[in-house]
Design a protein around this ligand. Sequence first.
Ligand SMILES: [Zn+2]
Length: 297
Amino acid sequence: MLEKLTNFISSFLELIFGNLRDLFSPKEEEVVLIEPDPEDLEPQDGGDIPQDTIVTVNTNLEEMVVVPEAETPNLPPEIPPVTEPVPEPVPEPAPEKPTAPRQRYLWCLDNGHGKLTAGKRSPKLSDGERFFEYEFNRKIVKGIIKALKKHGVRYYNVVPEVNVDNFLKGRVLRANNVPSDIPKIFLSVHANAGPGTWTSAKGLETWYFHGSRTGRKLAAVFQQQLVNQLGWTNRGIKSQATKQFYVLRRTNMPAVLTENGFYNNRKEVYQLLDKDIQQKVITAHVDAILYFEKYGF
Ligand SMILES: [Zn+2]
């Protein structure tokens, strides 16, 4: 009897407070239903590379990241010395330096996966929680967007929705089709996974379309900024002739994919959850973007 009464009270409370909870919890973003496409099963990121794939790796970034020399200013012709004393010119107040927005490229920012993507999460952590890659990628992209707004750099958030699957074809179509009067660059942000439940693999790597010179330069600059900011293992810039990642292969613009640490590495996963580390990842991406906004290729 007592048990029945307890059950009744508990379901009554659930009914009342469950409804209240639904009322006050934030609305989930709209689910985007997209026809499943066989191309969506193609490799998405570093975690999907078969063991037998031949990967081109280069860890020597210095030779690829050459900062262009400063342009020689157009100097006025030399003025002959004057014999008559001339009054000191009254200094004019220095004009306010305009913070001219640099708008060389439209940066298509891709957060890699959605909430509905299978896998792409860590094993259970000590507190019973897991690291979800889609959450991390979104935090980084969000931070990049905040900084780009400040710098006046143009961007396009490829997948603002959360409740999506990996959605590879959709990502590429959106970026390819977004109208732009300036050239576009595709930047896909990820965290990595090594084989097995937990992995000893660690560090940073950046991927580009095999054989693309602009892609290689993009990758080198992003990789160097990441290594500078985080000081983690430099796994180099990478490309592979076969089984290339869908977003690198099908985008019609220079593209780069960053792999920011391994979420199934027992040490790195906790670093990736750390806000200060996340900020460093954001800063590295922003600095790389500002490099290209300043110098181009
Ligand atoms: Zn990924």
